[in-house]
Design a protein around this ligand. Structure first.
Ligand code: BGC
Length: 885
């Protein structure tokens, strides 16, 4: 265990800050407290620790960070625009119009006239002295790709990412020292529409933030002699269109390789025929340094098969639904037009079909060959959600090694693994991780095909699972900043963030802020705090949380009399969205809305209470005792009002659905005497549904816990092992490789529904699998202390999980054979684990846990069986044996 630390920060060999020896167990979230930091400067830091064995560590190897441009005066550059025709604005349509089929969709050919070409922008510059250091600071309205002397700068895709451009725009910093050479150099940038202009979201309308591309960059060169030079955007930059005829993030891109301009970003290129860029408006001063991960090509997949379909096109099957694009090698004559269409599904005959349709959902790239031979095409400014690709127009047979899928997601470390003795659950875990990868492209999204929107509800329900699987702290922290920036003055949190023109529907029938969605502003920081232990996530969102709850209160209090003023019974709410039975009954696309109508009010009041409850705990943690009392009281009023209004004596809820019981039980909405009856109601509903779940987005995350905590793990396992639709294993048995938006996305006879096959929400069971089957439960924030309590009676023979926490890797593996359970456990330094084993496992007839043992860091083997156990502790190469009964 750590007892103290010391951190030293230096710059140019001078100590800037020395924390001195601080008696503390903290190993993360320690805030720098030295003097103000300077723009552009590099700081090195190192750390040492003391432990409870009286040892002092060596200094760590120094690590460093470099400051960005902190002050507006640091920017000499001006925003410039290439010469361009402003993008045409697509008419805004509401979601309801789309769902009811009132929106005409154009063919790709009809659309092409409206789509715009990306722009190439360049400038040459001379370097006369030898360079010590060079930095490129750059951002754009639209997405960009930069090159210096013909070489791509960095590995990021789609920078500066999806963001509310009018409120928060990130610039990226690249170390380009190695790209610059003595003599003439050139910088070239390609700009494309991206999220700024492109056709995004459900309804696929364009120009959410503007209709013209613009660029801001500053290339700073520091010479060996200490002098500096700055090349920054002004009207000396020149522009031209290139091989891209258009590029839209959703629709796809069209690239004519015959129009490639050789050497366009090289020094000796003659740009005298190119146009001069013009100055653009400065726009709001909301530029900040990149925070959080960039999107990158993270993995590559080879096809599992390529076959020719009956129409002569070639179908490439990658065996896995992903978000990304393909990279294709071609050897065909000049001017051949190759059409590349993407989909998550094929029909039972293997024919290409689209499971996502609608305005601007083409997911089609077109490549016209140069005929140079061995040409390789990978789109640059678009991505798609797919497993299958249909390639038409290619006169040759595409071979397996001619094509690969490039998997794109925000660059985050995988921090979780799950393996068990049932391959179906292993596949489920893998599907959940793939769904997460595909939906963490720049922002957390609902699906990589139809919407790619930061639906707050989806983020909220999936956040616990997300934290187990990947290091999402910075990614979600950045998204929460956007949520705060998008929050309306009255406290409403838009249903998806970034919101863009969605806010124009503010006064529409669906409103823009729903219960269970807006609550993400409280729930997501809470989850991040629990899982990463960094209190700043609560502090920085606290005010926004309070504003959200004031808005909810104002809604509830529209009714002034009696208990009703504690019910959130106004406005539209998505409710327990996507209740399977309602979705399957209403085949007209209005099933989800039926869930909203049936459960909206009850669910809203549950979330009102739950958020108040969490808020009171958060207020305690960050030292606001008055607020804590206030929210606790409010919670208790809401709870009483809920019981009075919606529950009868038999424990039956007025909205009688599995999900409403789950939420009411999990959120502790009724007095204890009613709980048992409500559990019975829930169990009866599950039984009447053939032991199948019928919960939507909001209730599913709590379903299994509610059953287990109510002493009915038997039913939780019936749901887990259920193979008829709706169930997780039904999807697995249908061959799913990601998690579906709706359980019946593919029917037993193979029919494919027009819904997403890559939606995070029902993947929320991942969290429960780690906690219940693996048995890893955080007890103190950041896993400083955790419980190890695997359910070894769950029907599996073995489960092994790993989780990389802020303190290091926890490894936990249990195996059962006959009456013996063998548990091996790795507890990171500076943490404790509490191993709990239920009486049942030890075959002792008592209700209580008979074994609860606190173990310290090290590797432990625990043998359980017939009432005896012993723990082998291996620590620092010493082995101690402890036994007990
Ligand atoms: C999205 C969901 C989202 C929902 C809002 C859907 O179209 O795909 O995941 O949360 O709308 O109800």
């Amino acid at each position: 265990m750590q007892t103290a630390y010391r951190i030293v920060v230096e710059s140019n060999g001078v100590v800037i800050w020395d924390s001195g020896r601080v008696e503390s167990e903290r190993t993360s979230g320690i805030v720098y407290k030295g003097p103000n930091l300077c723009s552009r400067r590099r700081y090195e830091w190192k750390v040492k620790v003391w432990d409870n064995q009286g040892r002092e560590s060596d200094w760590s190897n120094p690590a460093f960070w470099e400051m960005g441009l902190l002050k507006p005066e640091d920017w000499e550059a001006h925003w410039i625009e290439p010469i361009q025709k402003p993008a045409s604005e697509e008419k805004m349509v509401s979601v309801l119009d789309v769902v009811s089929g009132n929106v005409a969709t154009k063919t790709l050919q009809e659309q092409e006239a409206d789509l715009r070409p990306p722009q190439l922008i360049r400038r040459a510059f001379r370097v006369v002295r030898s360079v010590r250091k060079a930095r490129l600071y750059i951002t754009s309205r639209g997405v960009y790709r930069a090159e210096i002397n013909g070489m791509k700068v960095g590995q990021a895709e789609f920078s500066p990412d999806f963001t509310p451009y009018d409120k928060y725009l990130k610039y990226q910093t690249y170390d380009v020292t190695a790209c610059i050479k003595p003599g003439v150099n050139a910088i070239g940038i390609v700009l494309a529409d991206g999220w700024y202009i492109g056709r995004i979201h459900f309804a696929g309308h364009s120009c959410h933030y503007g209709n013209k591309l613009a660029l801001l960059l500053q290339l700073e060169i520091e010479y060996e002699d200490g002098s500096t030079e700055v090349i920054s955007t002004d009207t000396s930059f020149r522009c031209h269109t290139g091989p891209w005829l258009y590029a839209d993030l959703f629709i796809g891109e069209k690239y004519d390789a015959r129009l490639e301009i050789q050497g366009w970003s090289s020094p000796d290129f003659d740009d005298s025929e190119w146009f001069k860029c013009v100055y653009s408006e400065d726009g709001p001063a909301c530029i900040r340094a990149q925070y959080g991960p960039v999107v990158r090509a993270m993995e590559r997949l080879s096809p599992i098969q390529i076959y020719v379909s009956s129409d002569g096109s070639q179908i490439v099957d990658f065996g896995q639904v992903i978000a990304g694009r393909i990279r294709l090698r071609l050897n065909v004559p000049e001017g051949t037009e190759i059409r590349i269409e993407h989909s998550e599904a094929v029909d039972t005959d293997g024919q290409f079909i689209r499971n996502i349709v609608g305005r601007n959902k083409e997911q089609t790239d077109i490549y016209i060959t140069s005929g140079r031979g061995d040409e390789v095409y990978e789109p640059a400014f678009t991505y798609h959600g797919f497993r299958y690709v249909r390639i038409t127009g290619c006169p040759t047979r595409i071979q397996l090694d001619d094509v690969e899928a490039v998997v794109l997601y925000s660059d985050m470390k995988l921090t979780g693994s799950f393996r068990c003795s049932d391959e179906r659950l292993n596949r489920l875990h893998s599907n959940i991780q793939w769904t997460q990868k595909s939906n963490m492209v720049s922002i957390p999204t609902d699906c990589p095909t139809r919407e790619r929107a930061g639906w707050t509800g989806d983020v909220q329900v999936f956040a616990p699972t997300a934290t187990f699987n990947m290091h999402v702290f910075a990614f979600l922290r950045r998204w929460l900043l956007m949520v705060r920036l998008e929050q309306l003055p009255d406290g409403r949190v838009p249903n998806h963030v970034p919101a863009g023109r969605y806010l124009e529907f503010e006064s529409g029938p669906l409103g823009i802020s729903s219960a269970g969605w807006g609550d993400a502003i409280i729930i997501v920081p809470w989850v991040l705090y629990q899982r990463y232990g960094d209190i700043s996530i609560l502090e920085e969102n606290y005010e926004a949380m309070g504003r959200w709850l004031s808005y909810v209160r104002s809604q509830a209090e529209q009714e002034s009399d009696g208990h009703r003023r504690y019910l959130w019974n106004h406005g539209f709410h998505f409710g327990d969205w996507m209740i399977p039975s309602l979705v399957m009954e209403n085949n007209n696309g209005l099933g989800p809305i039926a869930s909203a109508e049936a459960t909206g009010e009850l669910v809203a009041t549950c979330f009102y209470a739950y958020s108040c409850k969490l808020m009171s705990e958060i207020a305690d943690i960050i030292g606001r005792p008055g607020d804590a009392v206030f929210y606790r009281q409010l919670y208790s009023h809401i709870r009483q009002a809920f019981e009075k209004e919606y529950v009868d004596d038999s424990g039956r809820l007025s909205a009688h659905f599995q999900g409403t019981y789950v939420l009411a039980l999990y959120m502790d909405m009724v007095s204890s005497n009613l709980r048992g009856r409500m559990v019975e109601q829930l169990v009866r509903l599950i039984e009447c549904n053939g032991w199948r779940l019928d919960t939507g987005f909001l209730a599913t995350p709590f379903l299994m816990d509610v059953l287990c905590d109510a002493g009915r793990p038997d039913i939780a396992y019936r749901l887990l092992w259920q193979e008829r639709c709706p169930s997780w294993l039904y999807e697995i048995n249908c061959g799913a490789t990601t998690v579906w938006e709706s359980w019946d996305a593919v029917s037993p006879n193979g029919d494919v529904k027009l819904v997403s096959q890559n939606h995070v929400a029902f993947g929320c069971i991942g969290d429960w699998m780690y906690r219940r089957l693996g048995g890893l439960k955080p007890l103190m924030p950041g896993f400083k202390e955790f419980i190890v309590e695997p359910d070894v009676m769950c029907g599996l023979d073995f489960v092994g999980i790993c989780h990389d926490t802020p303190y290091g890797i926890i490894k936990l593996e249990w195996r059962r054979s006959m009456e013996i359970v063998n548990l091996s456990l790795r507890v990171p330094a500076n943490t404790h684990a509490i191993v709990r084993v239920s009486a049942k496992v030890l075959h002792i007839d008592v209700q209580q846990y008979v074994l609860e043992h606190r173990v310290h860091s090290g590797v432990h083997e625990v043998l359980l069986g017939s009432g005896d156990y012993h723990i082998v502790v291996e620590l620092d190469d010493r082995v101690t044996l402890e036994s007990a009964t």
